[in-house]
Design a protein around this ligand. Structure first.
Ligand code: NCD
Ligand code: ZN
Length: 335
């Protein structure tokens, strides 16, 4: 049987939630990945040292072994330097959400006033804390990410020493930014390497393919594939796996978020093999992230096998993308 082994796979953008959801979901990521950047958009968001340390402890308690490293993030506010110094050792990045732009982002940034943000961003540079950004405006849904490019340019040029990660990019405009500014990086999800808007609303409406940012046009998909498949040195895998209970997805007012954590590596193998680029997958799912973030996870290997895998219809209360569909790669030991 054909196999493919990945060393220390990392998910650089993950929603683990809290409570029972966390307990059900975290082990699935810990099974396939060495570590993950954990998003802070809880209710209320993670914005103090105590919250962050306590959340990390709850995550560690939910995973079955200690080979999994949750890389913690704080919810961006205009924090002062003293506070940032006190949390710097406990976190890996700070995540900025424009106010109200996505799930649980109401307390986010409402104006990108560079002078107001300067003390925080300069302290982040000195403390070597990267800034992860959900880059969407409140414009027309298909244009939100492209419209945000001017804000990325403003941030990147005003703070050339700040490491800025454009999270879950979905457009060719964002791909073009990578080679324009040394300090801009990006994460790419697996669903945005597979879906366009047609897969969300082109036929029957597919709530489990609905997320923010929404999947875009075929030419955007091609641009994302071109940098992911080459493992462009400034891109990393970040699933943006965002579990919501089935009744919150299959309802009037469907919550945004695609759940892919337990199937992400299998789908990535399938995509990279299809384009004859399996050799680049290691860089995309781990090595680029280790270099960009300067992290060094403990040794862990995950072997995938080329055999039929039927994606479960549900993982506890959550329906994954492609539920019930059959794919060509499976994780060793998972039927
Ligand atoms: C995320 C969530 O549910 O927390 N939803 C999503 O559609 N991606 C939030 C986010 O990352 O935008
Ligand atoms: Zn997210």
């Amino acid at each position: 049987m054909k196999t493919h082994t990945l060393l220390m796979p990392l998910d650089m953008h993950l929603h683990l939630r809290d409570g029972v959801m966390l307990e059900n979901i975290a082990p699935l990521t810990a099974y396939s990945f060495s570590g993950a950047i954990v998003m802070p958009n809880l209710v209320p968001p993670v914005s103090s040292l105590d919250d962050l340390v306590a959340y990390k402890e709850r995550i560690m308690a939910a995973v079955p072994n200690d080979y999994f490293e949750p890389y913690m993030t704080l919810f961006y506010k205009n924090y002062d330097r003293k506070f940032l110094e006190s949390v710097a050792d406990e976190l890996t990045a700070i995540k900025l959400y424009p106010a109200g732009i996505t799930t649980n982002s109401e307390g986010g940034v409402s104006s990108f006033d560079i002078e107001e943000m300067r003390p925080t961003l300069e302290a982040m540079i000195e403390l070597d804390i990267p800034l992860c950004v959900h880059g969407e405006t409140d414009g027309f849904v298909m244009d939100r990410e492209a419209e945000f490019m001017s804000i990325y340019e403003l941030l990147a040029s005003s703070f050339p020493d700040l490491k800025i990660i454009m999270e879950h990019i979905t457009t060719k405009e964002a791909v073009e930014m990578l080679d324009k500014y040394d300090n801009l990086y990006a994460t790419i999800t697996v669903h945005h390497l597979l879906l366009t808007l047609d897969d969300v609303v082109g036929g029957m409406m597919m709530p489990h393919n609905f997320c923010k940012p929404i999947a875009k046009r075929p030419e955007d998909l091609d641009a994302l594939l071109s940098v992911a498949l080459e493992a462009h040195p400034k891109v990393m895998f970040g699933s943006d796996s965002a579990p919501h209970p089935q009744d919150k997805k299959e309802s009037s007012g469907c919550a945004a978020g695609v759940f892919t954590a337990p199937i992400a590596l299998q789908l990535l193998c399938e995509i990279f093999e299809q384009y004859d680029k399996l050799d680049n997958l290691q860089d995309f799912v781990s090595d680029n992230a280790q270099r960009i973030y300067g992290i060094c996870p403990e040794f862990k290997e995950v072997t995938l096998e080329k055999r039929e895998f039927v994606i479960p219809k549900k993982y506890s209360s959550v329906v994954p993308m492609y539920a019930g569909q059959s794919i060509n790669w499976a994780i060793q030991g998972v039927d």
